[in-house]
Design a binder for this molecule. Structure first.
Ligand code: AMP
Length: 210
């Protein structure tokens, strides 16, 4: 299965993509996570990306396409993969279509007014990368592995507002793009995580049986 998750920031893409990747045994490729690793490792790419990310802006298309091309050429992607956070622009989608025929694009949607609250109250585990929602991080330890939780630099209210604006102008046009290609499936992400996950699995079972 070759899948893409799209949706506004905070819609639950990372959480769902991690669970789906685990269940179906396909790599979960998060471009945001790849960039955060580059920043942590202080590479040239990390230095280039850091300022843009903390301003809530996108990293240039050619850089992102290069990253994805390299990643998808790795042997673990032969049986399929799941992209989380890529493509984010029409140009990225067009470049991707040159070398990959996607099976399905899952759009997780949530109402705009819920995004800021959801994101500014979430935390991430330093060890396993799990996203922990506002209600679940009272002990400041990851429920999965016990690792330390932290707030992403770009999860502050000001940066989230800029990420929402970037989503509206640059990423949202992908919905029409993939709808026209007959690849888009819309799901309501404003529900309990387990409910959304079960709907996603229902959609994927249909694709598997085709
Ligand atoms: P995410 O973890 O998906 O929310 O991504 C965090 C940040 O990384 C985004 O706000 C962008 O600045 C950058 N980023 C991640 N994926 C892409 C992409 N496909 N194109 C451009 N920038 C990206």
């Amino acid at each position: 299965m070759k899948l893409v998750f799209i949706g506004p920031p905070g819609a639950g893409k990372g959480t769902q993509a991690a669970s789906v990747g685990k269940k179906y045994g396909i790599p979960h490729i998060s471009t945001g996570e790849i960039l955060r690793q580059e920043i942590a490792n202080k590479t040239d790419l990390g230095r280039q990306a850091e300022e843009l990310i903390s301003a809530g802006l996108l990293v240039p298309d050619d850089v992102m396409v290069g990253i994805i091309k390299n990643r998808l050429a790795m042997p673990d992607c032969e049986q399929g993969f799941l992209l989380d956070g890529f493509p984010r622009t029409i140009q990225q989608a067009e470049e991707l279509a040159r070398f990959v025929d996607l099976d399905v694009v899952l759009n997780l949607d949530i109402p705009a007014e819920k995004i800021v609250r959801r994101i500014s109250s979430r935390r991430m585990c330093r060890d396993c990368g799990r996203i922990v929602s506002g209600n679940d991080h009272a002990k400041n330890a990851c429920p999965e592995c016990g690792g330390e939780l932290f707030q992403r630099d770009d999860d502050t209210e000001e940066t989230v507002r800029s990420r929402i604006a970037v989503y509206e102008t640059q990423t949202k046009p992908l919905l029409a793009y993939y709808r026209e290609k007959g690849k888009l499936v819309n799901l309501d992400g404003d529900r309990p995580v387990e409910e959304v996950f079960s709907d996603i699995c229902g959609v994927l079972e249909q694709y598997k049986s085709i």
